[in-house]
Design a protein around this ligand. Sequence first.
Ligand code: FE2
Ligand code: FE2
Length: 262
Amino acid sequence: MVERSKILYEDDQHQYIWFGWEAPEEEESLVQSNQVLVMNGNNGYLFDPGGAFIFSEVADEISKYINLDNIRYILATHQDPDVLSSITLWLKATRANLLVSRLWVRFVSHFGFSDPSRLIPIPDRGQQVKLPSGDAILMLPSHFLHSEGNFSFYDTRSRILFSGDIGAAVFPKGERYLMMDNWEKHKGYMEGFHRRYMSNNAALRQWVHMVRQYPVEMIVPQHGAIIPKEHIPAFLGWLEQLQCGTDLLDQFYGMHSNAQHP
Ligand SMILES: [Fe+2]
Ligand SMILES: [Fe+2]
């Protein structure tokens, strides 16, 4: 069992805080998820707040760091229930607006809220949120990794990249750790997820090429462990050559695949 929250970066004006929700050992029916709060001056920015089921625990933990009224934006990497099914509760608990891919703005209201004025569509090529200190959170395109409208969030001050489902790891029972330090072992916990949930190698290559243009101190995915700077080159190199999703269609269609019935 690792801790529930941890400050990953801190200076006079800026904090980057990780939150890790996990089902109790005996339940384990829900996938573990990470949330992030960036604080700059008095403003808060919450990334991938999580499922409705975990809202009260996550909100309690986040309240230890910030008055919820000071959360300005909620940023969602994509539309999945483990990312956003808590959004109705968060919009009630805060005055924040939600930033989500333009592809999903007309879908996420189905989670149960009726005020579209608090929804801001992110254009496909991304955009940025300016912070009071002059720094910014960049919303970088991550489409098809895995969702069709998908973003990663790069904080220019801490140089930490929140990668959403990219880099997610699923641990065997009791094996979870917060910071990965053994690449070979960790790769094994990421492989199955990426082969099935990521769309294809072409999309991964676009993302890797883009990420290499930024100085990145660590990568925080939405599930699993943080990837520290020294392992980022190995991680990006692995993604760059990974066959996944539509590259492996025959495997996923099994006996119905064209390849087996020419
Ligand atoms: Fe997802
Ligand atoms: Fe996810």
